[in-house]
Design a protein around this ligand. Structure first.
Ligand SMILES: *[C@@H]1O[C@H](CO)[C@@H](O)[C@H](O)[C@H]1NC(C)=O
Ligand SMILES: *[C@@H]1O[C@H](CO)[C@@H](O)[C@H](O)[C@H]1NC(C)=O
Ligand SMILES: *[C@@H]1O[C@H](CO)[C@@H](O)[C@H](O)[C@H]1NC(C)=O
Ligand SMILES: *[C@@H]1O[C@H](CO)[C@@H](O)[C@H](O)[C@H]1NC(C)=O
Ligand SMILES: *[C@@H]1O[C@H](CO)[C@@H](O)[C@H](O)[C@H]1NC(C)=O
Ligand SMILES: *[C@@H]1O[C@H](CO)[C@@H](O)[C@H](O)[C@H]1NC(C)=O
Ligand SMILES: *[C@@H]1O[C@H](CO)[C@@H](O)[C@H](O)[C@H]1NC(C)=O
Ligand SMILES: *[C@@H]1O[C@H](CO)[C@@H](O)[C@H](O)[C@H]1NC(C)=O
Ligand SMILES: *[C@@H]1O[C@H](CO)[C@@H](O)[C@H](O)[C@H]1NC(C)=O
Ligand SMILES: *[C@@H]1O[C@H](CO)[C@@H](O)[C@H](O)[C@H]1NC(C)=O
Ligand SMILES: *[C@@H]1O[C@H](CO)[C@@H](O)[C@H](O)[C@H]1NC(C)=O
Ligand SMILES: *[C@@H]1O[C@H](CO)[C@@H](O)[C@H](O)[C@H]1NC(C)=O
Length: 469
């Protein structure tokens, strides 16, 4: 009875209770073709920037799929075929559950106590791999399939291209899979925002030979297996990645491609995800297997090692969880610390952090005394404080009814920067027919992702005032 009522109300909201996996259909005529299905218009390619040669490769591309156990992916003939083209990493792990903290960890070196997929905006003094890359003139971009336009900060629903008869908009794009928009050190800098692009931009950038040197690709919620299954994602890989491996504007002898999953599906087991190293940079190692213990922090340390970058002074410098890809370590004489006891990476729950509303502490200072795999200094910006807050007693904002200043109102949407489309806002309960909820005003209590640092500080002061009251 309860179930009937629930499914009836879900049906009214246009959500199908028993989601069936659709059959894959290509969103565009080819991986480097533009398509109306991507919604956002292309605005021209990025400028062509010279590639900075690294010790093992001069381009690093990571592609993130979703929520699949190792054995499930291994059973797919597509994944097996791809494995024969590169190195299969059999002990590569997500760092926690659910999705969003894994994405954040992959660029910021920590997940700051985040334990859900809510709308966060990490303050400007959280540095990321982007700071390290830019300090060495290594060009970068992220391609987020079905993100409607540059600067868009919400979730986005649009016409369902897999079911042309459906009148219900489908949410193909979610903020939680775009770590760049979650970090204000990126999201508050327009020049950086222009490098977070969609797949129409990807098509134009590839064709113009303008792909940057460091790339993070997030397929949409059906193509990354989030809403579908391994059969579907395998079909997407056959459509997208298999031909791109043969495209010299994407993959050449100095390209390393990391194909991975954000996390596994079964929270009750170690968080190992089927991960491949592909591309010309590993052509001498085709069909080999590497059982070194890696995590998403390894993609940070490996890139730092390749280009001799600085570090973030966070888990990217923790040798237990941040081994450098072994084929590369052999080339650069980097020594990985191999431990017999591998830590469990399926931890979930409430750890202290700026994103943990129930155990809140400020953004902790990076460890300034470590040297990461790149050998360079720990990055600090003019907004980083090195005041250690490691011993700060966590406070329970939830109990105090104080909204965490590191969260934003899910209804908040940044203004478009010139490529406006008829966006349809989709916070979970938004009416499918409503147009973009472009309110730049934040509701009471929410920090605004675009507040300048001074105002963020003001908010924190306000919040402490509330505490004292
Ligand atoms: C994925 O879903 C489709 C459609 O429901 C189904 O035919 C296929 O067998 C599923 N794949 C797996 C591996 O379960
Ligand atoms: C969108 O994708 C569907 C499914 O593959 C396809 O039939 C349609 O032609 C595509 N639309 C555009 C504008 O490319
Ligand atoms: C890659 O190919 C280019 C052009 O053919 C060549 O100049 C370069 O040395 C090659 N790099 C490696 C690492 O083999
Ligand atoms: C993590 O996985 C281990 C098995 O590898 C299991 O014993 C443990 O209960 C899991 N932890 C959580 C929080 O589910
Ligand atoms: C390094 O990672 C391990 C495993 O997650 C953890 O136990 C340890 O506390 C970490 N070290 C530091 C300095 O964060
Ligand atoms: C790295 O070098 C070691 C020692 O020479 C060797 O055993 C190992 O197979 C190499 N690993 C890779 C991935 O090349
Ligand atoms: C690594 O060590 C070997 C042997 O000592 C040396 O020949 C090589 O130049 C070193 N490579 C790098 C990148 O430092
Ligand atoms: C920090 O540096 C950036 C760019 O270099 C500048 O725009 C910003 O105003 C500076 N902020 C502070 C607080 O000094
Ligand atoms: C980051 O800024 C907040 C104030 O906005 C401050 O409380 C915190 O200590 C800072 N942390 C670092 C590492 O700069
Ligand atoms: C924080 O407060 C809430 C609301 O009172 C409570 O449910 C929760 O258990 C507390 N969390 C912790 C970690 O103490
Ligand atoms: C978001 O917008 C919806 C629809 O207008 C509204 O019901 C909801 O309260 C808003 N949420 C917040 C947190 O402001
Ligand atoms: C798109 O192009 C226009 C005109 O060249 C420019 O003003 C605008 O900033 C661009 N927008 C983006 C998102 O790149």
């Amino acid at each position: 009875m309860i179930f009937t009522l629930l499914s009836t109300s879900l049906a009214i909201l246009g959500v199908s209770a028993a989601q069936t996996t659709p059959v894959f259909a290509p969103p565009a005529a080819c991986p480097v073709c533009t398509s109306g299905n991507y919604t956002g218009q292309n605005n021209g390619s990025l400028p062509i920037q010279p590639r900075v040669s690294g010790k093992a490769y001069s381009r690093f591309i990571q592609i993130w799929l979703e929520n699949t156990d190792f054995d499930t992916a291994q059973a797919s003939s597509t994944f097996s075929k791809l494995a024969s083209e590169g190195i299969l990493l059999t002990n590569y792990n997500g760092v926690t559950h659910p999705s969003e903290p894994n994405y954040v960890a992959s660029i910021a070196g920590d997940f700051f106590g985040m334990s859900d997929d809510n709308f966060y905006a990490l303050p400007p003094n959280v540095s990321t791999q982007i700071d390290l890359l830019e300090a060495h003139n290594v060009s970068w971009a992220s391609y987020q399939e079905n993100m409607p336009y540059i600067g868009f900060s919400g979730d986005y629903a649009q016409k369902n291209y897999l079911d042309s008869s459906s009148k219900v908009p489908y949410t193909y794009y979610k903020r939680k899979h775009n770590p760049f928009i979650i970090c204000d050190s990126i999201a508050s800098v327009p020049a950086r925002m222009n490098r977070i692009r969609n797949f129409n931009d990807f098509a134009v950038d590839v064709n113009a030979s303008a792909l940057p040197s460091w790339i993070f690709i997030t397929p949409n919620l059906v193509n990354d297996a989030h809403d579908t299954n391994v059969t579907f994602v395998s079909a997407w890989l056959e459509y997208f990645l298999v031909p791109l491996l043969e495209n010299p504007k994407f993959n050449d002898n100095e390209t390393l491609i990391l194909l991975t999953f954000d996390e596994n599906e079964d929270y009750k087991s170690q968080n190992t995800v089927y991960t491949l190293l592909l591309g010309g940079a590993v052509s001498p190692y085709k069909g080999t297997v590497d059982s070194t213990f890696y995590t998403h922090y390894s993609s940070l340390s490996s890139v730092q090692n390749n280009w001799g970058l600085g570090s973030l002074g966070r888990q990217d410098t923790n040798s237990t969880v941040a081994s450098v890809f072994q084929f590369q370590a052999n080339m650069t004489n980097h020594t990985n610390v191999v431990s017999d006891a591998t830590p469990l990476m399926n931890l979930t729950g409430i750890f202290p952090g700026v994103c943990a509303s129930q155990r809140w502490i400020p953004v902790t200072a990076p460890n300034m005394s470590v040297i990461g795999a790149g050998g360079g200094p720990v990055f600090t910006s003019n907004v980083t404080s090195n005041v250690s807050v490691d011993n700060t007693m966590p406070i329970n904002l939830t109990a105090m009814r104080v909204v965490n200043p590191a969260t934003i109102n899910p209804n908040y949407t940044m203004p478009s920067s010139g490529t406006e489309v008829n966006a349809i806002s989709t916070s979970a309960s938004a009416s499918p027919s409503s147009s973009v909820a472009a309110s730049s005003k934040s509701s009471a209590g929410y920090a605004n992702a675009r507040l300048p640092p001074a105002m963020t500080t003001g908010l924190v002061c306000l919040f402490f005032t509330v505490l004292l009251l």
